[in-house]
Design a protein around this ligand. Structure first.
Ligand code: ZN
Length: 260
């Protein structure tokens, strides 16, 4: 059973009904989807979605792009939402993005650290987004790890970083998630990084509606397209697609569902 370990399924991004997208994914063997809402206005829709779709789980949090307001009020709501909703499996996506929002670096760090702490209190893994901010991301994760605030690990989602980031994250027990970017012609360096990542730490995702894999590039991404990324990952790791499928599914379950 294939998993799409990270996608955004807000209705405003799609012409099709979200239920149809979930169905289309199931039809090609995607049996488990992790939907992510990382702006507080999208949280209610996500909660509704995971309540109504059997095989869709959820992650909520605040993306670093939204560090430009008084976010503490929204953070306060997280513990209660997690306690009421067993299908919420992770705090995410959280992290640092100096590319999209260079004007809020200090606020981003604060928001990131606060959410790492909340995830720890809730015993949930974190889903990390990092862009043009590797050094600070590593530093914050390491500090939290050394202070024993990251005990429930997590994943570096849509990994496009360097070998250094991958190695440091692996040392702290993190998983590394491959998105459609690994299928892009220009991404040979990234494919090389994936060669060194141990099999038992790999996840696969679409990050839909963004970053559709080849041959769907330019189209709006959707969970059913995760198969193309899975195929490329299998090729990089030199195993069959079936084997890669089994492994990424097991890893997903180990990280988010306690191995169930
Ligand atoms: Zn995302």
């Amino acid at each position: 059973m294939t998993t799409d370990s990270h996608c955004h399924l807000a209705q405003e991004d799609y012409d099709q009904d979200i239920h149809q997208l979930v169905q289309a994914a199931e039809d090609v063997g995607v049996g488990c989807i992790m939907a992510v809402a990382c702006e507080s206005k999208d949280w209610p829709e996500l909660l509704h979605l995971i309540e109504n779709e059997d095989h869709v789980y959820g992650a909520i949090g605040l993306h670093p792009e939204y560090a430009d307001y008084n976010y503490d009020l929204d953070l306060k709501k997280l513990p209660d939402l997690f306690q009421k909703t067993p299908k919420l499996l992770a705090v995410g996506e959280i992290g640092l993005d100096y590319h999209e929002a260079p004007q809020t670096i200090e606020a981003q760090k604060d928001l990131f650290c606060k959410q790492i702490r909340i995830a720890h209190q809730l015993s949930k893994p974190i889903m990390v987004h990092t862009r043009d901010a590797e050094e600070d991301t590593i530093r914050i994760l390491q500090n939290s790890y050394n202070d024993k605030i990251i005990l429930n690990q997590g994943v570096i989602h849509c990994f496009t970083g360097t070998e250094c980031l991958a190695k440091e994250a692996l040392k702290m027990g993190f998983y590394i998630s491959a998105s459609g970017v690994i299928t892009f012609k220009s991404a040979q360096n990234l494919r090389d990084v994936f060669k060194i990542i141990p099999m038992d730490r790999l996840l696969v995702e679409t990050d839909a509606p963004y970053l559709a894999p080849t041959p769907y590039r330019g189209k709006k991404n959707q969970p059913s397209y995760v198969q193309k990324t899975l195929e490329m990952l299998a090729q990089i790791k030199g195993v069959s697609v079936q084997e890669m499928d089994k492994i990424t599914d097991q890893n997903f379950k180990k990280l988010y569902l306690g191995g169930k």
